[in-house]
Design a protein around this ligand. Structure first.
Ligand code: FAD
Length: 420
């Protein structure tokens, strides 16, 4: 019989892996086991909050992967694996044998790590909306109903986390929306970190669009003259970022009082959006693929688990060194893992891998930024190659608008590359 590859999780990583396994070897039998018959994409999900898109625009189906490539789907929850016998188990009672497995379960949010916060609160009153779904809709509704002049408070997570620019993009998109719908509203981002990616280019965007005063030590390279210089603003702008060095680390949530205690003091807010610390998706723990870091150690050349042979881990759940946890990373890791699995099944030496990632981010709907990288294997670690990475700080208005256009088009072509 044809070798059988089981893919756990049909998100950005898993869907790409299944498709590229079939493209590399149409003779393989490939089965994806996925909890939900419709994927709700996390990438781009903050654009639901400002009504740029609707919840339904986040939905992606699996028909193309099934019909075009002959990939089999089992909609069920994986609960464990017998790595010796190479059999995967599901909540529905299926025991499916595999020759090799690719696992891409995404993340689990550790709500309880914030004193006073919980999953129940996130589902009912204080949505995190970092895994999209009902919480995204709830947060959107809260923001749209916020009282005039109210405060939207975002708590950014510690490293490493899914989508490094995400919390800052979310703050920017809402600041832009408030300018029209609630012009005296405020956005505050509390952060335990001292910097973020793509820091300076995002801070410059906030300066230009929302009256943010850029801290002195982030100003290097920012244009001081020309047609769109850095500006000195009199008062505080619409958006404020409180980094770790200013006491942005959050100590506790007072859910009933609508406030957060941070090192810098007491912050009251009308809408509170906490992005808690996170680890690999729960099933990675159930399969014993995780080490003390909370993520899955792998042989970087093949993405094969160093804990259980025959199981490859990709996407947010794996330890990928300098690669950020992004959909783009999951997609490129999926291609590396698919190639390695096909080679290993055929008894061939696998090629030297390389990876790439571009994180597009918006400081406003017409203000696009990016960080773009190529990665190679160096001393068995994934290393970022040197070179220019960011949209230059002296980019023209046209380049910035193009950045937003790239983001928009990327979102569409990327989804096709993963799911169609
Ligand atoms: P996921 O895409 O989360 O897929 C995991 C899948 O596994 C899910 O479908 C889940 O249902 C399934 N699953 C989990 N456990 C089980 C189980 N036990 N049994 C069966 N199935 C299971 N990335 C970018 O590249 N660009 C962006 O612009 C971008 N913007 C973002 C904006 C926001 C607000 C957020 C939150 C994220 C953003 N991302 C972006 C990040 C990106 O969405 C994730 O990095 C990416 O989805 C990770 O892919 P994955 O395959 O690891 O996990």
């Amino acid at each position: 019989a044809a070798p059988h590859v089981v893919v756990v999780g049909g998100g950005a990583g898993g869907a790409t892996a299944a498709k590229y396994l079939k493209l590399a070897d149409p003779g393989l039998r490939v089965t994806v086991i996925e909890k939900n018959p419709v994927y709700i994409r996390p990438y781009g999900s903050s654009e639901v909050l400002n009504d740029h898109i609707g919840m339904e625009d986040l939905e992606v189906g699996y028909d193309a992967l099934r019909d075009r490539y002959g990939i089999e789907f089992l909609f069920d929850t994986v609960t464990g694996v017998d790595p010796e016998q190479r059999v995967v188990q599901t909540a529905g009672g299926t025991r499916l044998p595999y020759d090799r497995m690719i696992v891409s379960p995404g993340i689990e949010l550790l709500y309880d790590r914030i004193d006073g916060y919980s999953e129940t609160l996130a589902e009912t009153r204080l949505p995190s909306a970092w895994i999209p779904g009902g919480q995204t809709r709830l947060l959107r509704d809260q923001l749209h109903a916020m009282r005039p002049g109210g405060t939207f408070l975002i708590v950014a997570p510690p490293n490493p986390y899914r989508c490094p620019p995400g919390p800052y993009e979310r703050g920017a998109l809402m600041a832009e929306w408030f300018q029209t719908h609630n012009p005296t509203a405020k956005v505050i981002i509390l952060d335990s970190k001292d910097s973020f990616v793509p820091g300076p280019s995002m801070l410059l965007g906030w300066n230009r669009l929302y009256g943010y005063n850029v801290p002195e030590h982030f100003r290097e390279g920012m244009p001081l003259d020309g047609d769109w210089p850095l500006r000195e603003h009199d008062g505080p702008g619409m958006i404020d970022w409180v980094p770790g060095y200013d006491g942005g680390r959050v100590l506790a949530l007072d859910a009933n009082g609508g406030a957060v205690e941070a090192e810098a003091g007491h912050f009251e807010a009308d809408v509170i959006n906490i992005v808690p610390p996170m680890v690999a998706g729960r099933v990675a723990f159930e399969m014993d693929l995780v080490d003390g870091s909370g993520y899955c150690p792998i042989d970087r050349r093949t993405h094969e688990s160093t804990r259980h042979p025959g199981i490859h881990v990709i996407g947010d759940a794996c330890q990928a060194d300098t690669m950020p946890k992004s959909g783009y990373s999951a997609n490129t890791q999926a291609k590396v893992a698919a190639r390695a699995v096909v080679d290993l099944l055929a008894g061939r030496e696998t090629e030297e891998p390389f990876w790439e990632n571009t994180c597009y981010a918006l400081a406003g709907q017409e203000y696009g930024l990016y960080v773009a990288d190529v990665f190679r294997l160096v001393d068995d670690r994934i290393r970022r190659m040197d070179g220019p990475r960011f949209l230059p700080l002296d980019a023209s208005r046209a380049q910035i608008r193009l950045g937003a256009l790239y983001q928009n088009h990327w979102m569409q072509t990327f989804t096709k590359d993963c799911f169609a």
